[in-house]
Every structure is written in C-alpha cells, then in structure tokens.
Design a protein around this ligand. Structure first.
Ligand SMILES: NC(=O)c1ccc[n+]([C@@H]2O[C@H](COP(=O)([O-])OP(=O)(O)OC[C@H]3O[C@@H](n4cnc5c(N)ncnc54)[C@H](OP(=O)(O)O)[C@@H]3O)[C@@H](O)[C@H]2O)c1
Length: 266
C-alpha cells in the first residue's frame, strides 16, 4: 500500500513502539498525528519527524478519558478531513498479584488499554465507514492469548481488545474498513519502567526492539488478517495452547508464578 499523504493517528506516540511507529510511517510520507499525555515528549518526537518533511500534529490526550478523546478527535478532524489509519497503541501494565493490586489499579489498566481503544475507535470509525476506507490497528500482546500470573488484569485488557477486534472485524466485512491486531512478545521499551516491575528482569534474550514491532504495525495497516503475532514463530505456542491446553498452560503458569513469588521475597 502507498502510505504517502495518508493520515495516521498513533496513540501512545510519546515513547517506545508508538514513537517508532510514527517514524516508520513518516519515512513513508504519511501525515502523522501524535497522541499521548506528555506533550513535551510528543513535541520531541515531532521534532525528530521534521527530517521527513511530513505534516504532523501533536495532541495531548489521556485516552482513558472519554471527554478528552472526544475533544482530541474534534481537533484532529478540523485539521485533517479524516484519519486513514488509527493505531490504538497506548497502554501499560501494573505488575502484581490480583490479591495485592487495588481495584483502582485493575480498573486503570482496563480504562486505558481497552476503553481507550474503544473511545478512539468510536470517534474515528464513522468517517472511515463514510469514506468506505481505512484501517484500525490495535496493539495487543501475546498476553491476549495467555492468562498469566502477575499480569492477570493486563492480560484481561488485551484478551478484551482481541475479542472486540474479532467481533468488529466481522461487522466491518464488505465496508472497505479493516481491523488488525498486532500482538508482540516482550519489547525493549519504557513499558517496564513502571515501579511495579522494579524486582523483575526488564528484558529477556528474546525481547524485540520497537522497530521490529513498528514494522509489523505498518504491515498490519494493510492486512486482511485479524492478528499478527510478532515474532510469527510464537503462533505455534498460541496454537499449542488452544489445541493442548493441559500441556502448555501448566508450564507457562508455573514459570510466571515462580517469578511472581520471587518478587515477594525481600
Ligand atoms: N513493551 C512490551 O514488552 C510490550 C509487549 C506487548 C505489547 N505491548 C503493548 O505495546 C503498547 C505500547 O507500549 P510500549 O512498550 O511502547 O511502552 P511505553 O514505551 O511505556 O509506551 C506507552 C505509551 O502509551 C502512552 N500512554 C499510556 N497511558 C496513556 C493514556 N492514558 N493516554 C494516552 N497515552 C497513554 C504513553 O504516553 P504518556 O505517558 O505520555 O501518556 C506512551 O507513549 C502498549 O499497549 C503495550 O501494552 C508492549
């Protein structure tokens, strides 16, 4: 697909995967709308994009707040007539057992990772449908396929994202609008800077860099697939989980539980 002059809106664009995705689309000549809470960080990204001579817009917005998303989308649509590609990438996790996490901490992950995606989708989808073109890319995780100890509520938010996307994909059939979920394994970003990850090893030898995921997102924006798992070899693990749940679930569960227990020992 030719992304030149297409308008791409990326949530969570101030850091990590979102920032790198902005760079990859800018290289291809797209107009870039950068959305996140930290305006200063977004402006730094906007400065980095200047070398690509593309049109940019910075929008400071907390996607977990319905009203803020509504105002942000109005501002965006005043400046650009429509959004061709919506990338729902903003998200975070709080590490800890369900027992230790507060209800507010559990709610906050759902509000950003799941409802933030819904608010953006609801505001930009109608114009995509009117134009009979466009694509939504939802950044989930392999945690959308495995419920894991220590990140149960994060997994729930990503399971929800995948389920919603699958349902919406069927609804969008024949409309010219597509939706694809990108599900990476661990990625080296600020994601693990949240204080709750303090006692956790930040990365594993298999951790991806954000450029690999950003390239998968660019591919996803023109894909007819529901889900792109990155790296693709992890699809085997997902298949194994669904086909032989009694085999792989206890292995993964035990290893993540061991990790969770070890973070509780001082
Ligand atoms: N890193 C991994 O291992 C990994 C693996 C699989 C999937 N993912 C997913 O990838 C996505 C991006 O994460 P990342 O790894 O790039 O982490 P990151 O570097 O921490 O970036 C997260 C981005 O989300 C934004 N954000 C968080 N809460 C927000 C809110 N309420 N409203 C608007 N923006 C918000 C942050 O910006 P502000 O703080 O400026 O708002 C930041 O730009 C997330 O959805 C995450 O679940 C990450």
């Amino acid at each position: 697909m030719n992304y030149k002059n297409k308008t791409v809106l990326i949530t969570g664009a101030s850091s990590g995967i979102g920032k790198q995705t902005a760079i990859e689309f800018a290289k291809l000549g797209s107009n870039i709308i950068l959305v996140a809470r930290r305006k200063d960080k977004l402006e730094q990204v906007e400065n980095e994009l200047k070398q690509f001579n593309v049109t940019t817009l910075v929008c400071s917005c907390d996607v977990s707040k319905k009203d803020q998303v509504e105002i942000m989308s109005k501002n965006v649509l005043e400046e650009f007539n429509s959004v061709d590609i919506l990338i729902n990438n903003a998200g975070f996790a709080i590490y800890g057992s369900v027992f230790d996490l507060s209800i507010e901490e559990i709610e906050s992950q759902m509000e950003t990772n799941y409802f933030g995606m819904i608010y953006c989708t609801k505001n930009f989808l109608p114009l995509m449908l009117k134009k009979k073109s466009g694509h939504i890319v939802n950044v989930a995780s392999v945690a959308a396929s495995f419920g894991l100890p220590g990140i149960a509520s994060y997994c729930a938010s990503k399971f929800a994202m995948l389920g919603f996307s699958e349902g919406l994909k069927h609804e969008l059939s024949g409309t010219g609008v597509g939706i694809t979920v990108v599900s990476p394994i661990m990625v080296k970003t600020d994601f693990f800077e949240h204080p709750s990850f303090e006692k956790m090893p930040k990365y594993s030898p298999t951790s991806l860099n954000s450029k690999t995921v950003a390239k998968a997102i660019v591919k996803a924006a023109n894909s007819s697939r529901l889900e792109i798992i990155t790296p693709s070899v992890v699809r085997i693990a997902v298949w194994l989980k669904h086909t032989f749940p009694y085999f792989i679930n206890p292995i993964l569960g035990k290893s993540f539980k061991k990790q969770l227990d070890s973070t509780k020992i001082d």
